[in-house]
Design a protein around this ligand. Sequence first.
Ligand SMILES: [Fe+2]
Length: 232
Amino acid sequence: MTPSKGPSDPLVGLTAALADSPDWFYLLREFEALYRFGSAGGSPKIRSHRRAVREALSKVIAANPEIVDRPPERLPVVAHLPRALDLGERAAMQGMARALREVQHRLAWEYGYDKVPKSLVRKFAYCDILGPNGAVPCDNLTLGFVLFAPRTTYPQHSHKGIEESYISISGAWSENNAAVYAPGSLILNGSGDEHRITTGDTDPCLLAYAWVGAPEALRAPSMKFTPPRKSG
Ligand SMILES: [Fe+2]
């Protein structure tokens, strides 16, 4: 007996609202929990950034927008993602790592450069989840992930008109040689603050990011690179 062909996927060709897209919805819930219950470390500036992120995010969730799935894009560094998620699932940010695993095949990774420096081709990529270019549309908040290979230095830069926070999901990294951050750490870079990222020797590093700014700043974020200062 030939098995009868099952019904075709009833969802093909249908658009879906956020509330009907559990994978994206639960990922945003993880962001909301991080920015609601994570520590501000006693810093008013960090507290107000966290508030701005979760207020914007709550509005998006309440508005229940249509999901705009972009065509998935894979870049060389994504070969490190399974390891990053595996480590993430064993550490403090396991909820986020698990939620990200569920959407990993729908992510549109990019470089954000017209011409990516050769030294970074295999070393990094980022993907927006929510924002002007994310699957979940929003004009005053961008959320996403950036992935770095081991032994990567991302050059010194700053963002104009954008307040940026990183939350470590897996791996270890330093900003401006100031400290070593572990999963669960939150780092805030104000508009124009210069920062350079260096990752650990043996494992990839996965960070979640939130950008808060005016719609025009988030739509076409300008990133200013600073030539390295001569030491000594
Ligand atoms: Fe940055």
